[in-house]
Design a protein around this ligand. Structure first.
Ligand code: COI
Length: 418
């Protein structure tokens, strides 16, 4: 994709001096307002931190078998980067330079939006999103490739999922093209916040919400589509080491006929109580069961779940209560391409407890190996001495190699911003 096309159709705020090309964007004065800086930011220094040239490609940087080994390309890229301690990125919010925003009235369609300085929103206290939770979000990532290019992973899939969710939530949505162009523009405008290769990614968070004021229960009269970004590292505090899950038997994430199959904001608020209780007991997160029989696996708070038995990889089928994860779908295809048999079906707690390996997938968590499951106070461990299972490691490496541009994109999943 020519970078010049990225801004086609956008109406940048004239005060921002945004140009039509990536090189023009790089000329933007960096925002160094200390008030907007996160504690992660280091004292001002030059970008020399990752302009060092390295001549070797290092396939894996971590020899600890208890953690996933990360592909770690040596970088020959010199960038004007944000002043961040790139080695200690977690999955926390960090304000960046720009966000994308566009509004549209109910019954109308979105036109093209604009980039504006990142900042707080002004909303009526009566906004549909605040009062009735009329909102959806998406999550995708941009990776910095070792040649300096930027890679997006299947952004059109997020666009389509947002559109499907918008029907369920009675909201207008941007077209797939508008969505993808907006993502590209936001990423390029915040390019200096993309971690160097092997250090993490730029998490992209599109939001679609009822921003108009409404009091009686009804769809809001106005909608806002916005995109903000934040540099991130590993999602779980365990890093790339296996996580410990507890199966929740009292609370449920979703019900048949509800909104579990779309990425509505309320789905995530609904898991906080069980998740907080689990974390207080030392678990990494919660695995939910179906609300009808209380015996079929659904998903973890923020990701999909897979069980491995021999050469068969199984995951709960999409049936309205499970989020159709883009990483989930991609891992199924990657697994097939690597000779595994995959099954989308009802997966029981017994299947889980008898599995050889268990892992989770999601944009934020990528592929996260599970070290133990606790169900009704019984704890089952996977892998030898809590190490990463062979299949989890193999699929993680295959997927991240694609996402980071270390393997040829035979699937046609990568959108490269040159
Ligand atoms: C993602 O994986 O991108 C998600 O949307 C999950 C979120 C709770 C971090």
């Amino acid at each position: 994709m020519e970078s010049g096309a990225v801004f086609a159709g956008l109406h940048p705020n004239p005060t921002l001096l945004l140009g039509p090309s990536r090189s023009a964007i790089q000329l933007l004065p960096p925002l160094t307002d200390k008030k907007s800086l996160s504690p992660h930011l280091l004292p001002l220094q030059t970008a020399a931190a990752f302009s060092q040239k390295q001549s070797r490609f290092v396939p894996f940087s971590n020899n600890n078998t208890n953690s996933l080994r990360v592909a770690s390309p040596a970088s020959d890229v010199a960038l004007e980067s944000a002043e961040i301690d790139w080695d200690n990125l977690g999955f926390g919010f960090m304000p960046t330079d720009y966000m994308y925003m566009i509004k549209c009235s109910q019954g109308e369609t979105f036109s093209n939006g604009e980039l504006q300085r990142f900042g707080n929103l002004e909303l009526s206290p009566s906004a549909g999103i605040l009062n009735y939770g009329q909102g959806l979000f998406e999550g995708l990532k941009a990776y910095r490739k070792h040649d300096g290019n930027i890679l997006l992973f299947r952004p059109e899939e997020n666009a389509m999922r947002l559109r499907e969710g918008s029907v369920r939530m009675c909201m207008p949505a941007p077209t797939v093209e508008q969505f993808v162009e907006a993502v590209k523009a936001t990423v390029l405008a915040n390019e200096r916040w993309i971690p160097p290769p092997g250090k993490g990614s730029l998490y992209i968070r599109p939001l679609l919400m009822g921003s108009g004021a409404v009091l009686g229960l009804a769809p809001a009269p106005e909608y806002t589509f916005l995109i903000y970004v934040s540099p991130v590292g590993n999602y779980f505090k365990e890093g790339l080491s296996p996580i410990n899950l507890v199966v929740e038997t009292e609370m449920h994430r979703a019900t048949p006929g509800g909104t579990g199959g779309v990425k509505t904001i309320g789905n995530y608020a609904a898991v906080l109580q069980a998740q907080s209780a689990a974390k207080a007991k030392g678990f990494s997160d919660v695995l939910y069961l179906d609300s009808t029989h209380n015996k079929y696996l659904e998903e973890v708070s923020s990701c999909n779940v897979f069980v491995v038995k021999g050469n068969v990889i199984s995951t709960p089928a999409i049936k309205g209560t499970i989020l159709p994860g883009i990483t989930r779908k991609s891992i199924l295809d990657v697994a097939i391409s690597q000779g595994f048999q995959v099954e989308e079906r009802y997966v029981t707690v017994e299947d889980l407890l008898e599995a050889d390996e268990v892992f989770c997938t999601g944009t934020a968590v990528v592929v996260s190996p599970v070290g133990s499951i606790t169900y009704l106070n019984k704890r089952v461990t996977y892998g030898s001495e809590g190490g990463v299972g062979r299949v989890s490691q193999q699929l993680y490496s295959a997927l991240t190699s694609l996402q980071m541009g270390l393997a040829e994109d035979t699937m046609g999943w990568i959108v490269e911003l040159k």
